[in-house]
Write a protein of this length. Structure first.
Lengths: 398, 418
């Protein structure tokens, strides 16, 4: 058994949203002791669901079960002076704090960076918000939809002659969460080099803006404004999705050699001689004509058949997977990506494994904590006597 | 100004987007990176004019004298890095590479799995040169498993990782995002993986071979859907721009060509605020819209009412009005909107860098703001082979004569092969 790389690092995770929580999840999975600080009714993650059997329960929300793996959980009423006092006590015992309410709100609670740094100067204090803590949009409200829009992803997604589309789930917040994780690791390194603690500001808007492929560089260099082209791709064709007899496949023919092999596969080697289809950009320009010719080939075959035939010819092609397909995927299964984990209320479920592997220093996925599961022990560790806990509970501090 | 990762040296063997982005993030945080390119990597020396114009990647659509150094995408991904060329399919190239490994902390690559082995620079070989070297590999499917040797592109990995099935028009099939999304997902995770491995080495002295399978880091970004499916037994329907419980929640046309505003209402308070801005007080009391559930069921009617209002208005004005009363609203921004966005500009998100061949341009910065060790944008991307002499002479101590010989033998150079 190897020791996880972040063993001994302690984190307080105050998140109510995906971004901060995903940062905390990565820290926890790779060995840090991450303690959720939640309101007494639980974080917003516990209210989001979907729930086991579609019955709302703070301990069976899919979002919380996923994002809080390997973490501990306690409740604190941060609007109450006792809750604030306890948090100020806890911050002196940890290395990292993650919040996503924003510094304006944290200032109202007396828990903003400058106040916390005064008592915990080595603390790495991370704020993960939609727009950051300064700038013209600092007080703007956001959801994933509006961030997909502002961040430029929507303008690139969907058909040119219809409304643009949002992406799946909460990608803007997830991107912020991974960047926050990178930031924490960099700040830990800097602290170990003697630079002390510091404040980190990560925003979902910037995280998406930094995750563009060609959009910004094209505009910066030539003024070109990239437009959406449905499921097509701007560097060649076919790089898109086709219906099959039993679902959909995605094909990524990105070189003329791959195209030639594909034309041979579908018994149309003559297409390779046709100037309309001889190069990446020619194929893209004549995509409608090419689709008319090749779509039927996909439509009469199953996805499995199409993928097998294409892979045999070294033509990049993969099934468009449903969630059910993912769980049954032989590659992910054989790699041990799915981890079966038991949870007292959610039961035994398959969880996604680690996003990357450090063989010399294993991370691990443990179940998410129940609401308030570690309140007592965390406070005891922080020095609150048992009798005080009863009083605190009565006063609403916890 | 002190940076967070000062003193760390990375050898960058990566290609295209995911790998170069991982290294760019680390150099923004202060690490030094030596980008190692083959002279065939940037394409041919003379890209035809029509292709230059079509790509939009060249300053003012002009190829210029050294077009391979004027490519916007390459330059955006590789700022701050030192750039050398090495032909790793030649023994002399591998020998130089080994000497660089001896003085570096990390090697990072996103080749398909067999390549390093074939070149004789797999982890075992690297460790022989430097026992505590950290190698980070980020292949599409990972280094093991039945799909290991498949050709992997972000554009096919995204649907294969389940993301495309979760989006699209309700009356149509799965939809891809307009970028090869698994690439930046893998890149950002990989930057974190590098730092974790460095942290472990700092504590224990041990290097290791880190593996990131791009399909797995992509699935990590939709993990809650995997659990939801098991908890409820159902797959989510394709919702377009709608939401499982929020309403109104959608994308509405505004004045002008291809102009849209997104609006999302999370609560009765936000609904009341929206009604105030729409200026139709009867909406407040209409039973069809009185509760979140009622609004959700009557979305079609709601959307029609809202679209009728937004259609007459400028998208940015609508966003402004709605945000002033606390309603989430976001203009659908294109590349120009994004690049000139007042919030991003005010936050210093677009550093301007000068490139010897490409000129001065702005680029997206680092989304991590650190108060004490801020991001550092030191230099634009290297021209091909720009730092050959510097790296070989100053870092490896090779003589001028030796370097000239390497150049004559074609091991290093500053022009594309063709």
């Amino acid at each position: 058994m190897t020791i996880a790389p972040l063993k001994g690092i302690r984190v307080l995770d105050l998140s109510n949203g995906v971004g901060g929580a995903y940062c905390g999840k990565l820290l926890a999975c790779y060995g840090a002791t991450v303690t959720r600080i939640e309101a007494s009714s639980g974080s917003a993650l516990r209210r989001e669901g979907p729930f086991r059997d579609d019955r709302p329960d703070p301990n069976t929300s899919a979002l919380q079960l996923y994002l809080d793996t390997s973490k501990r959980a306690m409740t604190l009423n941060l609007e109450h002076p006792d809750g604030q006092r306890l948090l100020r006590q806890l911050v002196t015992t940890v290395d990292v704090l993650v919040e996503d309410a924003g510094q304006q709100r944290m200032t109202e609670l007396g828990l903003d960076y400058s106040r916390i740094a005064a008592i915990a100067p080595d603390l790495i204090y991370v704020s993960v918000t939609p727009f950051g803590n300064d700038g013209p949009y600092a007080t703007y409200q956001a959801t994933e939809l509006t961030l997909y829009a502002l961040g430029g992803y929507m303008a690139l997604t969907g058909d040119p002659d219809r409304e643009p589309l949002q992406g799946p789930g909460a990608q803007p917040s997830y991107l912020a969460g991974v960047y926050a994780f990178v930031g924490v690791m960099a700040a830990l390194w800097a602290r170990a080099d003697g630079h002390g603690g510091q404040f980190l500001d990560i925003s979902a808007f910037e995280a998406i803006a930094a995750s563009h492929q060609w959009t910004i560089s094209r505009y910066s260099y030539s003024g070109m404004v990239q437009r959406r082209i449905g499921n097509r791709y701007d560097s060649g064709h076919p790089i898109t999705i086709y219906p099959t007899a039993d679902g959909y496949i995605s094909i990524g023919i990105s070189t003329d050699e791959q195209a030639q092999r594909f034309f041979v596969l579908i018994n149309r080697p003559d297409l390779g001689e046709d100037p309309r289809f001889a190069t990446n950009l020619a194929r893209l320009e004549h995509a409608d004509e090419l689709d008319a010719i090749i779509s039927p080939w996909f439509a009469v075959r199953t996805s499995a058949e199409v993928v097998a035939l294409c892979q045999e010819m070294r033509v990049p092609c993969a099934r468009v997977a449903t969630i059910a397909d993912l769980l049954a995927d032989p590659h992910l299964q054989q790699r041990g990506f799915w981890q079966e984990i038991a949870h007292p209320y959610a039961g035994r479920l398959l969880y996604p494994g680690l996003p990357f592997h450090l063989p010399a220093a294993d991370g691990s996925i443990q179940r998410a904590p129940l609401l308030s599961e570690h309140s007592v022990e965390t406070l005891e560790e922080a020095g609150e006597a048992h009798t005080d806990l009863g009083r605190l509970r009565a006063l609403g501090g916890i | 100004m002190q940076t967070a990762l000062q003193g760390i040296r990375i050898l960058d063997l990566t290609r295209v987007w995911s790998g170069p982005l991982a290294v760019r993030i680390l150099t923004d945080l202060g690490a030094e990176a030596i980008r190692i390119e083959s002279r065939g990597q940037r394409g041919p020396a003379a890209v035809p004019d029509w292709q230059v114009k079509r790509s939009g990647f060249y300053p003012n659509n002009e190829r210029g004298e050294r077009g391979w150094n004027r490519n916007a995408f390459i330059n955006e991904m590789n700022r701050n890095k030192l750039g050398i060329t090495l032909e790793l399919n030649r023994p002399e190239g591998v020998e130089i590479f080994r000497q660089l490994v001896a003085i570096s902390d990390v090697v990072i690559e996103n080749y398909s799995p067999r390549v390093l082995n074939n070149l004789g620079i797999d982890y075992g070989h690297l460790r022989a040169v430097r026992p505590d070297i950290i190698l980070v590999s980020m292949p599409g499917y990972g280094l093991s498993g039945p799909y290991r040797d498949r050709v992997a592109y972000g554009t096919t990995l995204e649907p294969e990782a389940g993301l495309s099935y979760l989006m699209g028009y309700p009356d149509r099939g799965p939809q891809r995002l307009g970028v090869a999304y698994p690439d930046p997902v893998a890149g950002i995770h990989a930057a974190g993986a590098v730092l974790l491995a460095l942290w472990h080495r700092r504590r224990t002295g041990e290097g290791q071979h880190v593996e990131l399978a791009q399909i797995e880091s992509a699935v990590a970004m939709i993990g809650e859907f995997v659990l939801a499916y098991q908890l409820t037994g159902t797959l989510p329907p394709r919702l377009g721009n709608r939401h499982p419980w929020m309403a109104p929640h959608g994308c509405y046309p505004c004045r002008g060509e291809d102009r849209w505003i997104t609006i999302a209402v999370r609560s009765n308070n936000e609904w009341q605020a929206l009604c105030g801005v729409l200026g139709q007080p009867w909406l407040n009391t209409d039973k069809r819209f009185a509760t979140p559930l009622a609004r959700w069921y009557h979305q079609d009617e709601l959307d029609a009412i809202i679209a009728a209002w937004t259609r007459e208005r400028d998208a940015f004005d609508v966003m402004d009005e709605l945000q002033q009363v606390g309603v989430p609203a976001g203009v659908v921004c294109d590349g120009r909107d994004l690049a000139t966005n007042p919030h991003l500009v005010a936050r210093g998100f677009f550093p301007r860098l000068e490139h010897p061949d490409a000129g001065t341009h702005f680029y997206p910065g680092l989304p991590i703001h650190l108060s004490r060790t801020p991001a550092s944008y030191r230099a634009d991307a290297p021209a091909l082979g720009q730092h050959n002499r510097f790296v070989l002479a100053e870092l490896l101590g090779l003589t001028g004569a030796r370097i000239d010989a390497l150049a004559s033998a074609g091991i290093i150079g500053d022009r594309p092969l063709a």
